[in-house]
Design a protein around this ligand. Structure first.
Ligand code: SF4
Length: 370
């Protein structure tokens, strides 16, 4: 299959791995963060860390939209479903993420709340049209990749003048998250990574140019990568070469899908319907300025945060769960004492074990247990 088979070719992979071994300087270390959970999944699925020299290490980043959402936002979604008795619609993984006191949307559903799993925001709009007597809320999450479909349903709801549909907006932005990881280290005069494997799907929307200033400011090479095993290996080779040459450019390994300027139509839809929040809390990275989107005042009728009164939540993480450190790349999943003992995909304690893009779930699924 075009774009699949050739990017999974074992002979090519062995050759790229051989080049990485040949070109990586044994006297230096190369710590590369893969920002995106999809890349983490590919790394483990294909055993890529085992192909790398000992001094080339991959560190998992925060690019899993389910994992970075703080408990307070999960609690707010549960409150919408239980106290406000709306039809609460979201993607499957969100239903299993524990909120405060080990509740979840799935548990709320088992106790009678009307919580529905869907694959597209358009399904939430359809449910609203079919149930004019019920308030329907779409629990929107995700990075720049999932923002345009949410924007599309906001525009459609306004066009249809729907009165029973709104969006609980939790869309977050990639460049501020990269800043949130690299800025504290720079302030402390430390270097925590030598390079970044940049997100693929996000960059289809934003374009590779979104990272130029970050690469320069933090003197960190960035290679935007596709999701097949050869994409990742090739990107690691490009990062090794940039490090050896003392360069910190943005390179686009995923040129079959990503351009410099991205998808202008998708960017325009998002800009028409959403605007920057002053600040937003991320699990693991804390409150970060201008790191997420809210619905524009012109679409206030479709903003669940304006339509429904939501209680402030003081929810805090399970003290033993190391998700915040895992999401910053400061710890590996296996550093958590709950990993694969108390915390498993069937009984997730933290968000990183819920989504298949979460670092803990990827470690667990592919047998990296201790
Ligand atoms: Fe949190 Fe579970 Fe991962 Fe530990 S193993 S960091 S408890 S998600």
């Amino acid at each position: 299959m075009k774009y699949i088979d050739e990017f999974r070719n074992g002979d090519y992979a062995a050759e790229v791995a051989r080049r990485i071994h040949a070109e990586a300087d044994p006297e230096r270390r190369y710590r590369f963060m893969e920002f995106c959970g999809g890349h983490t999944h590919t790394l483990f699925r294909y055993g890529i860390p085992d192909l790398l020299p000992a001094n080339v290490k991959m560190i998992h980043g925060p690019g899993c939209p389910v994992c970075v959402l703080p408990m307070a936002r999960i609690d707010a979604a549960i409150e919408l479903a239980v106290r406000h008795q709306v039809v609460l619609c979201s993607y499957g993984d969100m239903l299993r993420v524990p909120g405060a006191h080990r509740t979840s949307l799935q548990k709320a559903k088992s106790q009678g709340a009307d919580v529905r799993m869907l694959y597209s925001p358009a399904d939430a709009l359809r449910i609203a049209l079919e149930n004019p007597q019920r308030q329907v809320v779409f629990f929107a999450i995700g990075f720049e990749t999932t923002t345009p479909p949410t924007a599309a349903v906001l525009l459609k709801a306004q066009e249809l003048k729907l009165r029973n549909f709104s969006v609980f907006c939790n869309h977050v932005l990639t460049p501020p998250a990269i800043t949130g990881i690299l800025e504290p280290a720079q302030q402390a005069g430390e270097r925590i990574i030598e390079g970044l494997v940049g997100p693929g799907h996000v960059s289809v929307i934003t374009g590779g140019g979104a990272y130029d200033s970050l690469a320069r400011r933090y003197r960190t090479p960035i290679v935007i990568a596709g999701f097949e095993p050869l994409d990742i290996l090739h990107s690691i080779l490009l990062l090794v070469r940039q490090c050896n040459a003392g360069r910190y450019d943005v390179e686009n390994q995923y040129s079959r899908a990503v351009t410099a300027s991205g998808n202008a139509k998708a960017q325009s839809m998002a800009a028409r319907t959403m605007t920057l929040r002053d600040s937003f809390e991320w699990r693991g990275l804390g409150w970060m300025p201008h790191s997420a989107l809210r619905i524009r005042p012109e679409f206030a009728d479709y903003d669940a945060e304006r339509r429904f009164e939501l209680s402030p939540s003081e929810a805090r993480e399970n003290k033993a769960c190391e998700c915040p450190a895992v999401l910053r790349g400061a710890k590996a999943p296996t550093d958590c004492k709950l990993f694969a003992t108390v915390c498993t995909p069937d009984n997730p304690i933290g968000a990183c074990m819920v989504s298949s893009e979460g670092a803990c779930a990827a470690h667990y699924s592919y047998g990296h247990t201790r």
